[in-house]
Structures are given as C-alpha cells and as structure tokens.
Design a protein around this ligand. Structure first.
Ligand SMILES: [Zn+2]
Length: 110
C-alpha cells in the first residue's frame, strides 16, 4: 500500500525543488501533537496500538490549523518553544487529541 504513494523525498529530489532545502519547514502543530500524544501514551490515557495512535494523530491534526514555521532562520527572534511550550497551544493540542480519540474509539480499527 505504502509503495503506491510517492514519498515526499521522491518529489523533493527532482528539479526544480531539489534546489531548495525544505528540511527545516515544520507544521508546528505536528510537533506539538506528537509531543502531547507521546505523553498520553506513556500515561496509558489512550490505546497504544498503531491504528488508534495514527488515526487519533491524523484526526487531531486535521482539526488543527496548519501552522508552518521555517526552523533555524528566525529561532533567535521566536524560538520554536514559544509555540510548543505555550500553555494555550498545549491545551488546544490536548483537546484536539482527546476529541479525535473519542471519535476513533467509536469505531476503532484495532
Ligand atoms: Zn487501539
């Protein structure tokens, strides 16, 4: 199944995109959702199977606005931690994950 989808690198390794370094571009919500999700798994707050974790993660991210940063260039002015350690952002990530997890548990794939 995964073989049918091109990996991001297959696309980025071709001209003209190969000329640019996209490696520092991050959806900040993605970083925060992974972090919060990891903590919830460690506290046994959600089912830790592959299906539930990925379904919950995808649903949560689909319900949060994309927020891309270019890491490195502006870190001195606005370090990524100003986003990932902002209590309001952490709360929004937790809410999105819990809402997504409740939905996943209504029809779990595990
Ligand atoms: Zn599960």
């Amino acid at each position: 199944m995964a073989d049918l989808l091109p990996s991001v690198n297959v696309i980025l390794d071709k001209e003209p995109l190969v000329r640019y370094d996209f490696s520092q571009m991050r959806n900040m919500w993605e970083l925060l959702v992974y972090k919060v999700l990891g903590e919830m798994i460690e506290k046994n707050e959600i089912c830790n199977c592959q299906d539930c974790v990925l379904d919950t993660c995808a649903l949560a991210l689909n319900n949060l606005p994309a927020n891309y940063w270019i890491l490195g260039s502006y870190d001195a002015f606005t370090p990524p931690e100003t986003f990932t350690e902002n209590p309001n952002n952490i709360r929004l990530a937790e809410e999105a994950i819990l809402k997504a997890y409740r939905l996943v548990q209504k029809n779990p794939h595990h």
